[in-house]
Design a binder for this molecule. Structure first.
Ligand SMILES: [Mg+2]
Length: 441
């Protein structure tokens, strides 16, 4: 028997519930439901018109229903009257296969057939900018190497503390906050967890940071590359596979502390990286971040080639510690569910095929890339990664043709919309279209 939300509302004095879901473009959508109606909504879901969201439906389609997962409940720390719920989408009595949370749940099921679970953590970088989006909010934050700048961090103490206090209260286990490598950029880290919990928290974190920044007269953006001369917003993920309490990625006998299974999984991600980029770097603006020229700070900190390494941040995959690896490809616009789902799908393929990632590289990839001409490069534009996804039989089999076709169709329409108003040029400024459509990603 799952948790009774009507009962919880009484005990926790919740007056309203946000029954929310994330569509294929990562947009968080909700209905605000009074506690008096939650018992019925818990059972039957909240109704939505699918066509009004990015889910490749038509205006003639029947209602779709967001059925909340009571285990995902988060009472808003800054407004305790409201409880937030993540939902799975249903239509005609069946789960909507192109609903990102359903996509992730399906991948989790595939993994569980091998008695494995994925645990992950995400590093969500963001900028604090002026409310009109024209520039960073702190005009005194101008150093060329601003990473870890204590004064700039402490000028944002009130906001950072409120976000971090919220995470403590919610039991996420936050452990550090810092000023990142770009002026106006911050990162806050909390403990890793089961990948579905991390995905739900990732969605909520972005909502929380934006909401609290607004409360403090600021605007937070997770846009991959809002300023062409500054480091972009990455969203690195740390990944491990577990069987019960055993970390199956851990092998202390290996030089980097990774098991054979971990290398197989990692190799699956490397083999599919160009296509995964369509999920991990899903906006036009994303491609200003990967393959980017050095920034004002001296490094873009984002990958350009498909390579892995030990503790070396110039590669797409880094092994910072025994028992896990860090995938550095994703950016702030990645859909939190498709991010985790993409990792599992590709990794599982590597596992099944016992793929070998080859020898790790230890060079500085930002300067030495010319010595590795045979290394596959990451796509240069969104269209290229969508075309790679289109051709990718492995991901088509994992997610189903319907989901992949819908995603590609919607994204290609978005690209057409962009090119009606502008052109994509890495060397020229971030366009107004990108800002209008990506600042609040
Ligand atoms: Mg970072």
């Amino acid at each position: 028997m799952s948790k009774n939300l009507a009962q919880i509302a009484k005990t926790k004095k919740i007056k309203y519930f946000l029954i929310s879901f994330v569509d294929l473009f990562g947009i968080l959508r909700s209905k605000l439901v009074p506690a008096r109606a939650i018992a019925d909504m818990q059972k039957n879901g909240a109704g939505f018109a699918g066509f009004a969201t990015w889910l490749d439906m038509t205006p003639a389609d029947t209602d779709m229903f967001a059925i909340p997962d009571p285990d995902s409940l988060i009472q808003l720390p800054w407004n305790k009257e409201v409880g937030w719920l993540a939902s799975d989408l249903w239509m005609g009595g069946k789960p909507v296969s192109a609903s990102p949370r359903v996509m992730l749940n399906n991948q989790i099921k595939n993994l569980s057939r091998k008695s494995l679970e994925m645990k992950s953590g995400v590093e969500c970088e963001y900028f604090l900018i002026s409310p009109d989006g024209s520039g960073i909010a702190d005009t005194r934050d101008t150093q060329s190497k601003p990473c870890y700048d204590q004064s700039a961090l402490m000028r944002r103490y009130d906001l950072i503390k409120e976000i971090c206090d919220s995470m403590i209260e919610l039991g996420w286990g936050p452990y550090q906050n810092d000023h990142e490598d770009a002026n106006g950029q911050f990162e806050m880290n909390w403990d890793y967890s089961d990948c579905l919990i991390t995905a739900d928290r990732h969605v909520f974190f972005k909502f929380m940071v934006k909401a609290l920044a607004e409360k403090h007269g600021l605007r937070a953006t997770f846009m991959p590359k809002p300023f062409e001369n500054l480091t972009g917003n990455g969203c690195h993920a740390h990944v491990s596979l577990w069987s019960g309490k055993t970390n199956k990625f851990l092998d202390n006998g290996n030089r980097y502390g990774l098991s054979k299974l971990a290398y197989n999984f990692l190799a699956g991600i490397m083999q599919n990286a160009e296509s995964l980029s369509a999920f991990f770097n899903p906006t036009i603006n994303s491609y200003r971040r990967i393959n980017a020229p050095p920034t004002k700070s001296g490094a873009s900190w984002s990958p350009s080639s498909i390579s892995y390494s030990g503790n070396n941040r110039t590669h797409m995959i880094r092994i910072p510690d025994p028992g896990r690896f860090e995938l550095r490809l994703m950016d702030g616009s990645a859909n939190p569910y498709m991010l985790q789902a993409g990792i599992i799908a590709a990794g599982l393929y590597g596992l099944n095929m016992k793929l070998d990632p080859g020898e790790p590289l230890s060079c500085n990839m930002y300067t030495d890339y010319k010595n590795y001409p045979d290394l596959a490069k990451l796509p240069d534009e969104l269209e290229e990664s969508l075309d790679k996804l289109d051709e990718n039989k492995i991901l088509r089999e994992s997610f189903g043709d319907e989901v992949i076709n819908s995603y590609i169709k919607l994204k290609k329409e978005e690209i057409k919309d962009f090119f009606r108003s502008d052109s994509f040029d890495k060397k020229s400024s971030v366009t107004q279209w990108e800002k209008t459509n990506t600042l609040d990603c």
